[in-house]
Design a binder for this molecule. Sequence first.
Ligand SMILES: [Fe+2]
Length: 312
Amino acid sequence: MLGRFISPGHYAELLGSGRQSGSRMLECDPGLLAGRYNRQPFPFTHRLAGNTDFALPRLFELCRRMDPRQIQYRIGEIPGDAHFDSTFERYREGLSLADALDRFEERRAYVVIYNPELDPEYQTVIEGVLAEIAAYTEPFDPVMTWYSTYIFLSTRDAVTPYHMDREMNFLFQVRGTKRVQLWDPADQDVMTDQQKDLLLSHVGERPTFKESFEAKAQTFDLQAGMGVHHPFIAPHRVYTGSEVSVTLAVTYRTHGSDIWTDAHKFNAKLRGIGWRPRPVGSNPTLDRWKSATMGLTRRARSVLWSAPPEPT
Ligand SMILES: [Fe+2]
């Protein structure tokens, strides 16, 4: 699995350093945070644009020294309704990683660095940003349990097709411009309860885009120094502007999102035997009970069959 679990001790350290951070990198509007966090997207500002760790030559060096399995690349300009999960294989067109880095703009490349925090030179800055997110979000959504980050390097007009991820995100625009469109994950037209149960259970394809969604998009035009928060499983689509773009995504899970994830998995199992379960989010006590039951099932399975527990 990508990313890294966060132990209680690690979370306490993150909170401590995020609260004390003298050189604050992230600025969230308190009203937007309190009113919209994890329900609706909201913009924020940051100071990563001037950080030399995110200059293109340093990021190319990082790509060259990281495990090649941590780097994905393709040509940038693809249809906005392309199938998200297969874009890297489908739109590579003979491009090699060396080509993509050496002739980045000429080849109109799009490169994703998975988990730059694994690199010792990047771990400090990435965990510094994560610590500030932890400090901001703790009053509303305490205890981070997992995180994973990505750096997106894209040439002009690159597209990230419509899709949704199984966690929350703070997306930082570091260089260039991006148009980020997000959809309300609670909108039943956009994703039904059944689709969400299956998405979190990794069953079948992710829900796809329909033309009728277009008018419902919330659009954020990001410049360097701006960012946007993605609520849990909020569908999104991203267009790069007319110049080279660098973007950092800090994705994470919390106790709260782990409960939702388990409750969706529980519901998917009930659907498998023909039941119509109460939607996740409609009864928090019931969601916690479903999550506890899934946890017991995982522990029982690992004891009885000595199998590794199912990932949460
Ligand atoms: Fe995404």
